[in-house]
Design a protein around this ligand. Structure first.
Ligand SMILES: NC(=O)c1ccc[n+]([C@@H]2O[C@H](COP(=O)([O-])OP(=O)(O)OC[C@H]3O[C@@H](n4cnc5c(N)ncnc54)[C@H](O)[C@@H]3O)[C@@H](O)[C@H]2O)c1
Length: 324
């Protein structure tokens, strides 16, 4: 089998490439990535010689290039991670989110439909559901109510995926995951930003009152969830991916301060993010029941391991700090 992974030079895609090469011994993986500021081949340097792995530089917005690639490569499975992924950037400059996340996904779907693809997995996000009050969880039946340009672009891509299933019986499956953390995450995102700031005694910016809640999953659990959906999911279905580990931003900050032995004075409260969703929480019962998946990583241990990883891998993150 030949798999196309898009966005494999980014955080989750790169972790998925590693997961795949460890678990799928006889299958080929092509990693297609434009190498935006968020794409970094250094993350995959040790895999370059693997005969089952190949990198192709390219842009999912370029429909001619994508069409040709699909014709020549004859992929069996597509997993689409490629996206603009940072909410703050989408507030400052929404346009590229629409072209990459919507047009890019459409180009992949269209090219895949014209060739013989057995499965197309769209990597989406819980942010498409909007914000929750203090109670309740998002299920796959929850209304789609995206609030940021990022979330709206991902929701739009999900709807195009849905239409390809309903209209053409195209075998697309959608996963909607909560906030990820772990190795190789670009240091603009909360956890790696805070760890790398604190390591250097730089203050950490806390939006608003710091009480926004997210469900946090270790990236390897997200990878195993995608694998479970690939193996056991039903085309046309949506699967939520969560780890039942809700934390406020303040709780995360306190854990990081404690584990890194840093003072409270490094907390810096800043003006809240525009349209900041208050709470996300995900019910992944469907994935657990239908695909036999369970998260493996406990937040308290996994965060300690992540801190260790950023401590031991300064070579990876230091060139990226303030680089974009
Ligand atoms: N990070 C999270 O917590 C999270 C949670 C749920 C879902 N997701 C989704 O998972 C996917 C991956 O997220 P991430 O955090 O790894 O993102 P990331 O920003 O770290 O990586 C995105 C990758 O996509 C590539 N890319 C961007 N535009 C491209 C284009 N036009 N053509 C080809 N490649 C392009 C970038 O170069 C980069 O390597 C995204 O679709 C995101 O919406 C992320």
């Amino acid at each position: 089998m030949k798999f196309l992974v898009t966005g494999g030079a980014g955080f989750i895609g790169g972790n998925f490439v590693r997961y795949f090469l460890k678990n799928y011994k006889d299958d080929q993986l092509v990693n297609l990535d434009k190498l935006t500021y968020a794409g970094n081949l250094e993350s995959l340097k040790d895999l370059e010689a693997n005969p089952f792995y190949r990198f192709v530089k390219g842009d999912i917005e370029d429909s001619n290039f994508i069409g040709e690639l699909f014709k020549t490569e004859k992929f069996d499975v597509v997993i689409n991670f490629a996206a603009e992924s940072h909410v703050d950037r989408s507030i400052d400059n929404p346009a590229v989110f629409l072209t990459t996340n919507i047009q890019g996904t459409y180009n992949l779907l269209q090219a895949a439909r014209e060739t013989n693809i057995s499965r197309f997995i769209q990597i989406s996000t819980d942010e498409v559901y909007g914000s929750l009050g203090p109670e309740g969880l998002f299920t796959e039946e929850s209304q789609i109510q995206p609030n940021s340009p990022y979330a709206a672009s991902k929701a739009s891509a999900d709807l195009i995926c849905r239409s390809f299933f309903e209209t053409y019986s195209f075998p697309v499956l959608i996963t909607r995951c909560c906030n990820n953390f772990g190795p190789y995450q670009f240091p603009e995102k909360l956890i790696p930003l805070f760890i790398t700031n604190l390591m250097e005694d730089i203050s950490v910016p806390i939006y608003g009152d710091g009480k926004n809640v997210r469900d946090w999953i270790h990236v390897e659990d997200h990878c195993s969830a995608i694998d479970a959906v690939y193996k056991n999911g039903k085309p046309g279905e949506v699967y939520n991916v969560g780890s039942w580990q809700e934390k406020t931003n303040l709780e995360i900050t306190d854990i990081l301060l404690r584990e890194l032995g840093k003072p409270d004075s490094l907390k810096k409260y800043v003006e809240d993010r525009l349209g900041h969703d208050r709470r996300y929480a995900i019910d992944s019962t469907k994935l657990e029941k239908e695909c036999g998946w369970k998260p493996r990583f406990n937040f308290d241990q996994a965060i300690v391991d992540s801190i260790k990883w950023y401590r031991e891998n300064e070579w990876w993150w230091r060139p990226l700090k303030g680089s974009s």
